[in-house]
Design a protein around this ligand. Structure first.
Ligand SMILES: C[S@@+](CC[C@H](N)C(=O)[O-])C[C@H]1O[C@@H](n2cnc3c(N)ncnc32)[C@H](O)[C@@H]1O
Ligand code: SF4
Length: 428
Protein backbone atom coordinates (compact mmCIF):
# COMPACT_ATOMS: atom_id res chain seq x y z
CA UNK A 1 0.00 0.00 0.00
CA UNK A 2 2.87 2.39 0.83
CA UNK A 3 4.49 1.78 -2.61
CA UNK A 4 1.07 2.06 -4.26
CA UNK A 5 0.41 5.39 -2.59
CA UNK A 6 3.87 6.72 -3.48
CA UNK A 7 3.16 5.99 -7.14
CA UNK A 8 -0.49 6.83 -7.38
CA UNK A 9 -0.75 9.98 -5.29
CA UNK A 10 1.47 12.13 -7.57
CA UNK A 11 -0.10 10.62 -10.68
CA UNK A 12 -3.69 11.32 -9.60
CA UNK A 13 -2.64 14.75 -8.33
CA UNK A 14 -0.99 15.57 -11.68
CA UNK A 15 -4.08 14.53 -13.63
CA UNK A 16 -6.50 16.42 -11.42
CA UNK A 17 -4.57 19.40 -10.06
CA UNK A 18 -1.96 19.72 -12.82
CA UNK A 19 1.03 19.24 -10.49
CA UNK A 20 2.72 16.02 -9.34
CA UNK A 21 5.00 17.77 -6.84
CA UNK A 22 3.77 17.82 -3.23
CA UNK A 23 2.00 21.03 -2.18
CA UNK A 24 3.86 23.32 0.20
CA UNK A 25 2.18 25.63 2.66
CA UNK A 26 4.51 28.32 3.98
CA UNK A 27 4.67 30.80 6.81
CA UNK A 28 3.67 33.78 4.66
CA UNK A 29 0.93 36.36 4.61
CA UNK A 30 -1.93 35.67 2.19
CA UNK A 31 -3.92 38.42 0.46
CA UNK A 32 -7.07 39.68 2.17
CA UNK A 33 -10.23 38.12 0.74
CA UNK A 34 -11.71 40.09 -2.17
CA UNK A 35 -15.05 39.35 -3.84
CA UNK A 36 -15.79 35.67 -3.08
CA UNK A 37 -17.78 33.12 -5.10
CA UNK A 38 -20.70 31.33 -3.37
CA UNK A 39 -19.01 31.89 -0.01
CA UNK A 40 -19.66 30.47 3.45
CA UNK A 41 -18.35 31.25 6.93
CA UNK A 42 -16.82 28.87 9.47
CA UNK A 43 -16.26 29.36 13.20
CA UNK A 44 -14.11 26.92 15.16
CA UNK A 45 -14.58 26.44 18.90
CA UNK A 46 -11.61 24.35 20.06
CA UNK A 47 -12.78 23.13 23.49
CA UNK A 48 -14.33 19.91 24.81
CA UNK A 49 -15.29 18.69 28.27
CA UNK A 50 -13.78 15.23 27.54
CA UNK A 51 -11.25 14.53 24.83
CA UNK A 52 -12.10 11.44 22.77
CA UNK A 53 -8.85 9.58 22.00
CA UNK A 54 -9.66 8.91 18.33
CA UNK A 55 -10.54 12.53 17.51
CA UNK A 56 -8.38 14.33 14.93
CA UNK A 57 -9.91 17.79 15.37
CA UNK A 58 -8.16 20.70 17.02
CA UNK A 59 -9.48 20.74 20.57
CA UNK A 60 -8.19 21.18 24.13
CA UNK A 61 -9.81 20.49 27.51
CA UNK A 62 -12.31 23.22 28.41
CA UNK A 63 -10.85 25.87 30.68
CA UNK A 64 -12.84 28.95 31.65
CA UNK A 65 -9.90 31.36 31.52
CA UNK A 66 -8.61 30.10 28.20
CA UNK A 67 -12.14 30.28 26.80
CA UNK A 68 -12.27 33.96 27.78
CA UNK A 69 -8.97 34.53 25.93
CA UNK A 70 -10.41 32.72 22.90
CA UNK A 71 -13.71 34.65 23.01
CA UNK A 72 -11.97 38.03 23.07
CA UNK A 73 -9.57 37.03 20.28
CA UNK A 74 -12.16 35.57 17.95
CA UNK A 75 -14.22 38.76 18.17
CA UNK A 76 -11.09 40.74 17.29
CA UNK A 77 -10.46 38.45 14.33
CA UNK A 78 -14.02 39.01 13.08
CA UNK A 79 -13.48 42.78 13.42
CA UNK A 80 -10.30 42.55 11.33
CA UNK A 81 -12.15 40.87 8.46
CA UNK A 82 -15.37 42.89 8.64
CA UNK A 83 -14.40 45.72 6.28
CA UNK A 84 -13.04 43.27 3.66
CA UNK A 85 -16.25 41.24 3.69
CA UNK A 86 -18.62 44.20 3.77
CA UNK A 87 -21.61 43.90 1.44
CA UNK A 88 -21.02 40.23 0.63
CA UNK A 89 -23.68 37.61 1.29
CA UNK A 90 -22.66 34.31 2.89
CA UNK A 91 -24.81 31.27 2.15
CA UNK A 92 -24.17 29.73 5.56
CA UNK A 93 -22.28 29.91 8.81
CA UNK A 94 -21.03 26.58 10.09
CA UNK A 95 -19.98 26.40 13.75
CA UNK A 96 -17.84 23.37 14.49
CA UNK A 97 -15.36 22.12 17.00
CA UNK A 98 -14.47 20.84 19.42
CA UNK A 99 -17.78 21.26 21.14
CA UNK A 100 -19.20 24.68 20.16
CA UNK A 101 -21.71 24.72 23.04
CA UNK A 102 -19.20 23.80 25.73
CA UNK A 103 -19.83 27.35 27.03
CA UNK A 104 -23.03 28.24 25.20
CA UNK A 105 -23.34 31.73 26.68
CA UNK A 106 -19.90 32.50 25.27
CA UNK A 107 -20.94 31.08 21.91
CA UNK A 108 -24.09 33.21 21.86
CA UNK A 109 -22.00 36.31 22.56
CA UNK A 110 -19.60 35.47 19.67
CA UNK A 111 -22.53 34.76 17.35
CA UNK A 112 -24.14 38.06 18.26
CA UNK A 113 -20.87 39.86 17.48
CA UNK A 114 -20.52 38.04 14.16
CA UNK A 115 -24.09 38.82 13.10
CA UNK A 116 -23.56 42.53 13.80
CA UNK A 117 -20.30 42.66 11.82
CA UNK A 118 -21.31 40.37 8.94
CA UNK A 119 -25.08 40.64 8.79
CA UNK A 120 -25.81 38.88 5.49
CA UNK A 121 -25.70 35.18 6.19
CA UNK A 122 -28.05 32.30 5.44
CA UNK A 123 -28.36 29.08 7.44
CA UNK A 124 -26.56 28.89 10.75
CA UNK A 125 -25.45 25.34 11.52
CA UNK A 126 -24.07 24.15 14.88
CA UNK A 127 -22.37 20.89 15.86
CA UNK A 128 -23.60 19.54 19.18
CA UNK A 129 -22.36 17.01 21.69
CA UNK A 130 -25.21 15.06 23.39
CA UNK A 131 -23.92 15.98 26.86
CA UNK A 132 -23.65 19.72 26.11
CA UNK A 133 -27.08 20.68 24.80
CA UNK A 134 -29.61 21.26 27.57
CA UNK A 135 -32.94 22.95 26.83
CA UNK A 136 -31.69 26.43 27.81
CA UNK A 137 -28.81 26.04 25.36
CA UNK A 138 -31.11 24.89 22.53
CA UNK A 139 -33.60 27.74 23.17
CA UNK A 140 -30.78 30.28 23.12
CA UNK A 141 -29.48 28.90 19.81
CA UNK A 142 -32.98 29.05 18.33
CA UNK A 143 -33.38 32.64 19.47
CA UNK A 144 -30.07 33.56 17.81
CA UNK A 145 -31.36 32.29 14.47
CA UNK A 146 -29.59 28.92 14.37
CA UNK A 147 -31.41 26.81 11.77
CA UNK A 148 -29.57 23.49 11.58
CA UNK A 149 -28.13 21.18 14.20
CA UNK A 150 -25.82 18.19 13.97
CA UNK A 151 -25.57 15.84 16.95
CA UNK A 152 -22.65 13.47 17.56
CA UNK A 153 -24.49 10.29 18.58
CA UNK A 154 -21.72 8.05 17.10
CA UNK A 155 -23.26 4.75 18.23
CA UNK A 156 -26.43 3.51 19.91
CA UNK A 157 -24.54 0.65 21.58
CA UNK A 158 -23.32 1.43 25.10
CA UNK A 159 -20.42 -1.07 24.95
CA UNK A 160 -19.12 0.63 21.79
CA UNK A 161 -19.53 4.12 23.23
CA UNK A 162 -17.52 2.94 26.22
CA UNK A 163 -14.84 1.35 24.03
CA UNK A 164 -14.30 4.59 22.09
CA UNK A 165 -14.44 6.50 25.41
CA UNK A 166 -17.43 8.75 24.70
CA UNK A 167 -18.69 10.59 27.75
CA UNK A 168 -22.40 9.80 27.18
CA UNK A 169 -24.52 6.69 26.88
CA UNK A 170 -26.93 5.82 24.10
CA UNK A 171 -30.07 6.85 26.03
CA UNK A 172 -28.71 10.38 26.65
CA UNK A 173 -27.78 10.72 22.98
CA UNK A 174 -31.14 9.54 21.64
CA UNK A 175 -33.07 11.70 24.09
CA UNK A 176 -30.95 14.67 23.03
CA UNK A 177 -31.92 14.05 19.40
CA UNK A 178 -35.62 13.83 20.27
CA UNK A 179 -35.44 17.05 22.32
CA UNK A 180 -33.69 18.91 19.51
CA UNK A 181 -36.23 17.68 16.97
CA UNK A 182 -39.06 18.92 19.16
CA UNK A 183 -37.76 22.49 19.16
CA UNK A 184 -38.60 23.36 15.59
CA UNK A 185 -35.15 23.78 14.01
CA UNK A 186 -35.24 23.51 10.20
CA UNK A 187 -33.08 20.43 10.16
CA UNK A 188 -31.48 17.95 12.57
CA UNK A 189 -28.57 15.79 11.43
CA UNK A 190 -27.17 12.83 13.37
CA UNK A 191 -23.53 11.68 13.09
CA UNK A 192 -22.80 7.97 13.45
CA UNK A 193 -19.39 6.35 13.21
CA UNK A 194 -18.78 3.04 11.46
CA UNK A 195 -15.82 0.75 10.83
CA UNK A 196 -15.07 1.10 14.54
CA UNK A 197 -12.77 -1.51 16.09
CA UNK A 198 -14.87 -4.53 17.05
CA UNK A 199 -18.11 -3.18 15.53
CA UNK A 200 -20.24 -5.92 13.92
CA UNK A 201 -22.60 -5.56 10.96
CA UNK A 202 -25.77 -6.34 13.00
CA UNK A 203 -24.71 -3.71 15.54
CA UNK A 204 -24.32 -1.12 12.77
CA UNK A 205 -27.68 -2.08 11.27
CA UNK A 206 -29.29 -1.48 14.66
CA UNK A 207 -27.56 1.93 14.97
CA UNK A 208 -28.82 3.10 11.58
CA UNK A 209 -32.35 1.76 12.06
CA UNK A 210 -32.61 3.34 15.52
CA UNK A 211 -31.65 6.88 14.51
CA UNK A 212 -33.53 6.82 11.20
CA UNK A 213 -36.54 5.56 13.20
CA UNK A 214 -36.48 8.81 15.20
CA UNK A 215 -37.43 10.70 12.01
CA UNK A 216 -34.21 12.72 11.67
CA UNK A 217 -33.73 14.99 8.63
CA UNK A 218 -30.22 13.87 7.76
CA UNK A 219 -27.87 11.02 8.64
CA UNK A 220 -24.10 11.43 8.31
CA UNK A 221 -21.93 8.37 8.78
CA UNK A 222 -18.17 8.55 9.18
CA UNK A 223 -15.79 5.62 8.90
CA UNK A 224 -13.28 5.81 11.75
CA UNK A 225 -10.38 7.79 10.28
CA UNK A 226 -7.07 6.64 11.69
CA UNK A 227 -4.84 9.67 12.06
CA UNK A 228 -1.39 8.71 13.38
CA UNK A 229 -1.16 11.90 15.47
CA UNK A 230 -4.47 11.36 17.34
CA UNK A 231 -4.20 10.10 20.91
CA UNK A 232 -5.37 6.71 19.68
CA UNK A 233 -2.67 6.67 17.00
CA UNK A 234 0.01 7.65 19.49
CA UNK A 235 -0.84 5.29 22.29
CA UNK A 236 -1.76 2.20 20.25
CA UNK A 237 0.21 2.81 17.05
CA UNK A 238 -2.26 3.07 14.19
CA UNK A 239 -1.43 -0.35 12.75
CA UNK A 240 -2.56 -1.98 15.98
CA UNK A 241 -6.05 -0.43 15.74
CA UNK A 242 -7.98 -3.27 14.13
CA UNK A 243 -10.49 -1.91 11.67
CA UNK A 244 -13.16 -4.23 10.24
CA UNK A 245 -12.22 -5.75 6.86
CA UNK A 246 -13.17 -3.80 3.69
CA UNK A 247 -15.89 -6.36 2.87
CA UNK A 248 -17.69 -5.63 6.13
CA UNK A 249 -17.27 -1.88 5.74
CA UNK A 250 -18.79 -2.10 2.25
CA UNK A 251 -21.70 -4.13 3.66
CA UNK A 252 -22.21 -1.38 6.28
CA UNK A 253 -22.38 1.31 3.59
CA UNK A 254 -24.65 -0.81 1.38
CA UNK A 255 -27.04 -1.42 4.28
CA UNK A 256 -27.10 2.29 5.16
CA UNK A 257 -27.90 3.29 1.58
CA UNK A 258 -30.60 0.66 1.27
CA UNK A 259 -32.21 1.38 4.65
CA UNK A 260 -32.17 5.16 4.22
CA UNK A 261 -33.61 4.95 0.70
CA UNK A 262 -36.44 2.69 1.93
CA UNK A 263 -37.21 5.22 4.69
CA UNK A 264 -37.34 8.32 2.51
CA UNK A 265 -33.80 9.69 2.85
CA UNK A 266 -31.76 9.93 -0.32
CA UNK A 267 -28.02 9.98 -0.63
CA UNK A 268 -26.70 13.57 -0.83
CA UNK A 269 -22.99 12.81 -0.35
CA UNK A 270 -20.69 9.82 -0.06
CA UNK A 271 -21.44 9.51 3.67
CA UNK A 272 -24.79 11.39 4.03
CA UNK A 273 -28.50 10.84 3.43
CA UNK A 274 -31.12 13.60 3.47
CA UNK A 275 -34.91 13.98 3.57
CA UNK A 276 -36.32 15.58 0.42
CA UNK A 277 -36.83 19.34 0.64
CA UNK A 278 -34.38 19.74 3.54
CA UNK A 279 -31.20 21.81 3.39
CA UNK A 280 -27.97 19.87 3.65
CA UNK A 281 -25.86 20.17 6.81
CA UNK A 282 -22.37 20.35 5.38
CA UNK A 283 -19.27 22.07 6.65
CA UNK A 284 -16.64 22.69 3.98
CA UNK A 285 -18.23 21.90 0.67
CA UNK A 286 -18.59 25.62 -0.17
CA UNK A 287 -16.43 26.97 -2.97
CA UNK A 288 -15.01 29.88 -0.98
CA UNK A 289 -15.12 30.29 2.78
CA UNK A 290 -13.65 32.40 5.55
CA UNK A 291 -12.81 30.69 8.83
CA UNK A 292 -12.50 32.22 12.29
CA UNK A 293 -10.88 30.68 15.36
CA UNK A 294 -7.78 28.55 16.03
CA UNK A 295 -7.10 26.05 13.18
CA UNK A 296 -9.91 27.46 11.02
CA UNK A 297 -9.16 27.28 7.30
CA UNK A 298 -9.94 29.95 4.70
CA UNK A 299 -10.27 29.43 0.95
CA UNK A 300 -10.46 32.55 -1.24
CA UNK A 301 -9.99 33.01 -4.97
CA UNK A 302 -6.27 33.51 -4.44
CA UNK A 303 -5.17 31.64 -1.30
CA UNK A 304 -5.80 28.69 0.99
CA UNK A 305 -4.63 29.18 4.57
CA UNK A 306 -5.07 27.96 8.15
CA UNK A 307 -4.88 29.78 11.45
CA UNK A 308 -2.54 28.78 14.24
CA UNK A 309 -3.91 25.77 16.14
CA UNK A 310 -2.68 26.88 19.56
CA UNK A 311 -5.28 29.01 21.36
CA UNK A 312 -2.76 31.27 23.16
CA UNK A 313 -0.58 31.73 20.06
CA UNK A 314 -3.68 32.48 17.98
CA UNK A 315 -4.83 35.09 20.50
CA UNK A 316 -1.36 36.65 20.81
CA UNK A 317 -1.41 37.84 17.17
CA UNK A 318 -4.72 39.67 17.62
CA UNK A 319 -5.88 42.37 17.22
CA UNK A 320 -2.75 43.53 15.34
CA UNK A 321 -2.70 40.91 12.57
CA UNK A 322 -4.44 37.83 11.24
CA UNK A 323 -3.33 34.69 13.15
CA UNK A 324 -2.50 32.78 9.95
CA UNK A 325 -0.04 29.90 10.48
CA UNK A 326 0.64 28.66 6.90
CA UNK A 327 -0.78 29.43 3.50
CA UNK A 328 -0.43 28.59 -0.17
CA UNK A 329 -1.52 30.37 -3.33
CA UNK A 330 -4.42 28.83 -5.22
CA UNK A 331 -3.79 28.75 -8.99
CA UNK A 332 -6.81 28.36 -11.33
CA UNK A 333 -6.35 24.63 -12.01
CA UNK A 334 -6.08 23.91 -8.28
CA UNK A 335 -9.35 25.81 -7.65
CA UNK A 336 -10.99 23.62 -10.30
CA UNK A 337 -9.55 20.46 -8.76
CA UNK A 338 -10.93 21.57 -5.41
CA UNK A 339 -14.38 22.09 -6.98
CA UNK A 340 -14.16 18.64 -8.61
CA UNK A 341 -13.21 16.98 -5.33
CA UNK A 342 -16.18 18.37 -3.39
CA UNK A 343 -18.70 17.89 -6.19
CA UNK A 344 -17.58 14.23 -6.43
CA UNK A 345 -18.07 13.96 -2.69
CA UNK A 346 -21.57 15.40 -3.13
CA UNK A 347 -22.19 12.95 -5.99
CA UNK A 348 -23.23 15.54 -8.63
CA UNK A 349 -21.12 17.39 -11.18
CA UNK A 350 -23.06 19.96 -13.17
CA UNK A 351 -21.86 21.87 -16.22
CA UNK A 352 -23.99 24.85 -15.14
CA UNK A 353 -22.42 24.96 -11.67
CA UNK A 354 -18.92 24.69 -13.15
CA UNK A 355 -19.67 27.66 -15.43
CA UNK A 356 -21.26 29.67 -12.62
CA UNK A 357 -18.08 29.29 -10.56
CA UNK A 358 -15.38 29.55 -13.25
CA UNK A 359 -17.03 31.78 -15.86
CA UNK A 360 -19.35 31.35 -18.84
CA UNK A 361 -16.67 29.98 -21.16
CA UNK A 362 -15.31 27.39 -18.69
CA UNK A 363 -15.94 23.78 -19.71
CA UNK A 364 -15.97 20.85 -17.31
CA UNK A 365 -15.30 18.39 -20.15
CA UNK A 366 -12.45 20.43 -21.60
CA UNK A 367 -10.77 20.61 -18.19
CA UNK A 368 -11.49 17.16 -16.79
CA UNK A 369 -12.74 15.01 -19.70
CA UNK A 370 -9.63 12.82 -19.57
CA UNK A 371 -10.38 12.03 -15.91
CA UNK A 372 -14.18 11.74 -16.19
CA UNK A 373 -14.45 9.60 -19.35
CA UNK A 374 -12.59 6.58 -17.88
CA UNK A 375 -14.72 6.83 -14.74
CA UNK A 376 -17.89 6.68 -16.88
CA UNK A 377 -16.42 3.70 -18.72
CA UNK A 378 -15.73 1.93 -15.39
CA UNK A 379 -19.31 2.56 -14.21
CA UNK A 380 -18.24 4.89 -11.38
CA UNK A 381 -19.88 7.93 -13.00
CA UNK A 382 -23.04 8.17 -15.13
CA UNK A 383 -23.85 10.99 -17.55
CA UNK A 384 -26.92 13.10 -16.75
CA UNK A 385 -28.60 15.81 -18.88
CA UNK A 386 -26.60 18.44 -16.99
CA UNK A 387 -23.32 16.69 -16.24
CA UNK A 388 -22.42 13.58 -14.25
CA UNK A 389 -23.75 11.59 -11.30
CA UNK A 390 -21.56 9.41 -9.08
CA UNK A 391 -22.98 5.86 -9.07
CA UNK A 392 -23.30 3.66 -5.98
CA UNK A 393 -20.07 1.85 -6.80
CA UNK A 394 -18.44 5.21 -7.55
CA UNK A 395 -19.46 6.40 -4.08
CA UNK A 396 -17.82 3.33 -2.54
CA UNK A 397 -14.54 4.03 -4.35
CA UNK A 398 -14.59 7.70 -3.32
CA UNK A 399 -15.04 6.46 0.25
CA UNK A 400 -11.92 4.25 -0.19
CA UNK A 401 -9.95 7.10 -1.79
CA UNK A 402 -10.89 9.49 1.02
CA UNK A 403 -9.42 7.07 3.53
CA UNK A 404 -6.29 6.22 1.56
CA UNK A 405 -5.32 9.50 -0.05
CA UNK A 406 -7.22 12.69 0.80
CA UNK A 407 -6.89 12.23 4.53
CA UNK A 408 -3.12 12.07 4.12
CA UNK A 409 -3.12 15.77 3.12
CA UNK A 410 -5.09 16.59 6.27
CA UNK A 411 -2.83 14.35 8.31
CA UNK A 412 0.30 16.26 7.24
CA UNK A 413 -1.31 19.67 7.77
CA UNK A 414 -3.02 19.00 11.09
CA UNK A 415 -0.20 16.77 12.39
CA UNK A 416 2.38 19.56 11.94
CA UNK A 417 0.12 22.40 13.07
CA UNK A 418 -0.78 20.56 16.26
CA UNK A 419 2.93 20.29 17.16
CA UNK A 420 4.03 23.84 16.22
CA UNK A 421 1.98 27.04 16.50
CA UNK A 422 3.88 28.75 13.66
CA UNK A 423 5.47 26.09 11.40
CA UNK A 424 8.05 27.23 8.82
CA UNK A 425 6.43 25.08 6.16
CA UNK A 426 4.10 22.11 5.78
CA UNK A 427 4.56 19.69 2.90
CA UNK A 428 1.21 18.12 2.11
C1 LIG B 1 -16.52 17.83 16.05
S1 LIG B 1 -17.35 16.34 16.20
C2 LIG B 1 -19.07 16.69 16.60
C3 LIG B 1 -19.47 17.47 17.80
C4 LIG B 1 -19.05 16.99 19.15
N1 LIG B 1 -17.71 17.39 19.42
C5 LIG B 1 -19.21 15.52 19.34
O1 LIG B 1 -18.21 14.83 19.34
O2 LIG B 1 -20.36 15.09 19.50
C6 LIG B 1 -17.68 15.95 14.52
C7 LIG B 1 -17.88 14.51 14.16
O3 LIG B 1 -16.68 13.98 13.65
C8 LIG B 1 -16.78 12.58 13.70
N2 LIG B 1 -15.44 12.08 14.09
C9 LIG B 1 -14.67 12.45 15.13
N3 LIG B 1 -13.50 11.76 15.11
C10 LIG B 1 -13.55 10.95 14.04
C11 LIG B 1 -12.65 9.98 13.50
N4 LIG B 1 -11.46 9.71 14.04
N5 LIG B 1 -13.05 9.33 12.38
C12 LIG B 1 -14.25 9.59 11.82
N6 LIG B 1 -15.13 10.47 12.28
C13 LIG B 1 -14.79 11.15 13.38
C14 LIG B 1 -17.84 12.21 14.69
O4 LIG B 1 -18.91 11.61 14.00
C15 LIG B 1 -18.24 13.56 15.25
O5 LIG B 1 -19.61 13.60 15.52
S1 SF4 C 1 -15.19 13.84 18.96
FE1 SF4 C 1 -16.20 15.72 19.57
S2 SF4 C 1 -16.28 15.63 21.85
FE2 SF4 C 1 -14.81 14.11 21.18
S3 SF4 C 1 -12.84 15.20 21.33
FE3 SF4 C 1 -13.57 15.34 19.17
S4 SF4 C 1 -14.61 17.24 19.05
FE4 SF4 C 1 -14.42 16.75 21.25
Amino acid sequence: MIIGKALWKPLVQKMVAGQARRFRMLRQRPQWPGRLTAPGLYLHVPFCKNLCPYCPYNRVPYDEELFAVYERAVKQEIDLYASYLEGQTFGSLYIGGGTPTVNWRGLVSILDHLQRRIPKMGNICVELHPANMDDDCLSALKEMGVTMLSIGVESTTDATLERIQRSHDSRTALQAVTRAMGMGFDSVNVDLMFALPGQSLPEWERDVATVVGLGIDQLSTYPMFSFPYSDLGQTHGIRQVKRPPHRRVKAMLDFTDDHCTRHGLSRCAVWSWLKPGKGKFSSITRHHYVGFGPSAATMTGSDFYVNSFDVSAYASRLPAARPVAVSMPVYPRLAMAYWLYWRMYELQLSHADFRSVFGPTASLDAEFGSVLRPLVWMGLLARTPDGYRVTTSGAYWIHRLQNEYSLSYINHLWGTCRKEPWPEEVIL
